[in-house]
Design a protein around this ligand. Structure first.
Ligand SMILES: [Zn+2]
Length: 485
């Protein structure tokens, strides 16, 4: 569409397809930016009508828009919705039946698709990659949904995310001269540090920034200290009882905890269930459905629950255990009150010494140790890896090789030649890896600072997420600290 956008046509297509009168800010601006092929970084709290921002430009243009998404459920939801409107969208992932997969690949070759949803691993798999780099196949954009997946390290980290920055240059090499396409990264949560990582990892070129404040005037934040494991359960029970028949979520940090706690809640008469990544796809879908239909008042879940599930009337969210990262916290409390009516978010933490109840301390320590292990492995491997090589070969030869390379990339010790191979930048400097791990520790401390702050909770969050001018003298008036002062 070039630089000139026929805005009348854009709006009328929007109205025709989705039936809304007009865009909600900043939807219109994002659509315009994508139509003019500009890179963009969009930090938009959940429930902000995000997917329309990239679906509409994709549908308005000839050619293909790639949407990289971390979860099958997320891709399925969006593709089903688009297809119900007879729009040319499809998804490819491991659970797709063979026949449908063949049909989608054919549609890709015929260029009859406008939107293709896929995981980063699928995008970089040979059958897809070979088709995408066909010179005649026109690509209009690469959309990264849930872009924070690229930033958050941990046991669920997927090294393919780190390599997405190499996708555009590698594809453009095969396209006619002068070809361009835009990259847009969407996330509900990214502080300035995370924004920088997203920008550099994806190699965004002078991206337009759309940063929307995380503040939610209807979310009431509260942290409560408890002394014993028993006290923790009693506090939670009290909180649930105070929200009789209201829809909610209980967050814990591990599969085992979600099962234990769900069992205990069942034993005291609640109809609930554990939800975590260890359950099968069908089982998860069924629980989501029951919760959406209010057959279950709440589920006891890990962070596996949430992305892509939209329930407007969630009146409460409890963190039975605090998340490790502030960005996880923001995402998880963000499931509450999407209908803009009041919602309560309570986090339970043990007293700071950990003498009476060491659980919280132990969990944080365990997480840090796991991370340190990853860093140490990267350091060790960095001495053994060839200076240049194929990522696949390295991950076959060395356990943890792909993650180690991703960490080395993030410490600026290796660069990608394309999404499949790397080269060391000069001599590996172990100090740089150490610095990276120190930054990570710093990020984790932020969560502890938040839990212990005596000032307005939202003021702390505004500062942490880069909205420092809004944060000056900010008092929400409805968090525990504002109410106590
Ligand atoms: Zn406040």
């Amino acid at each position: 569409m070039g630089d000139r956008v026929d805005w009348q046509q854009v709006r009328s297509t929007f109205q025709k397809l989705w039936g809304y009168d007009d865009f909600r800010p900043p939807q219109g601006e994002i659509v315009r930016s994508l139509l003019t092929q500009k890179d963009a970084l969009i930090v938009l709290p959940t429930g902000g009508g995000k997917s329309i921002c990239f679906q509409l430009p994709a549908l308005l243009q000839e050619g293909l828009t790639l949407v990289v998404s971390p979860l099958v459920a997320l891709m399925e939801n969006q593709v089903q919705e688009l297809r119900s409107r007879h729009l040319p969208a499809a998804t490819l992932h491991g659970e797709i039946p063979r026949r449908e997969r063949i049909r989608t690949l054919r549609a890709l070759e015929n260029q009859s698709l406008r939107l293709l949803y896929l995981s980063p691993e699928t995008l970089l798999s040979p059958p897809i990659w070979d088709r995408l780099r066909q010179p005649h196949l026109r690509i209009n954009g690469l959309i990264l949904d849930e872009a924070h997946c690229l930033v958050q390290w941990g046991d669920t980290f997927r090294p393919a995310y780190r390599r997405l920055g190499a996708v555009r240059p590698a594809l453009l090499q095969h396209k006619p001269p002068g070809t361009q396409f835009a990259i847009a990264a969407f996330t509900a949560t990214a502080d300035p540090h995370a924004q920088k990582i997203i920008r550099t990892t994806l190699q965004l070129q002078q991206p337009e920034l759309f940063l929307i404040s995380p503040y939610r005037p209807n979310l009431n934040l509260k942290i409560k200290r408890i002394c014993t494991p028993r006290g923790r359960r009693q506090q939670m029970l009290k909180f649930i009882q105070a929200h009789k028949k209201q829809s909610g979520l209980v967050y814990v940090r591990s599969r085992k905890d979600s099962e234990n706690l769900a069992q205990w809640l069942q034993s005291v008469g609640y109809q609930t269930a554990a939800y975590h990544a260890g359950l099968g796809g069908d089982e998860r879908r069924e629980l989501e459905q029951h919760w959406l239909e209010n057959k279950l008042q709440f589920v006891v879940c890990t962070c596996a629950f949430g992305m892509g599930i939209n329930k407007p009337d969630v009146r409460w969210v409890t963190h039975f255990q605090a998340p490790i990262l502030l960005s996880e916290y923001i995402q998880e409390i963000g499931r509450g009150g999407r209908d803009r009516a009041s919602a309560d978010a309570l986090t339970l933490i043990s007293e700071p010494t950990g003498l009476l109840n060491p659980e919280d301390k132990q969990r944080n320590q365990f997480f840090s140790e796991q991370q340190q292990k990853q860093y140490r492995l990267a350091q060790t491997l960095s001495q053994k890896l060839p200076k240049q090589g194929e990522i696949n070969t390295v991950s076959q030869q060395f356990r943890g090789g792909a993650i180690a390379l991703a960490l080395l990339h993030s410490a600026h010790q290796v660069q990608w030649l394309d999404p499949f191979s790397y080269r060391q930048i000069g001599k590996i400097n172990p100090q740089k890896i150490k610095q990276l791990s120190q930054t990570q520790t710093q990020i984790q401390k932020q969560m502890q600072q938040y839990l212990n702050t005596k000032t307005c909770r939202w003021q702390f969050l505004l500062n942490a997420f880069g909205f420092s001018s809004e944060a000056v003298n900010f008092k929400c008036g409805h968090c525990d600290n504002c109410k106590n002062n």
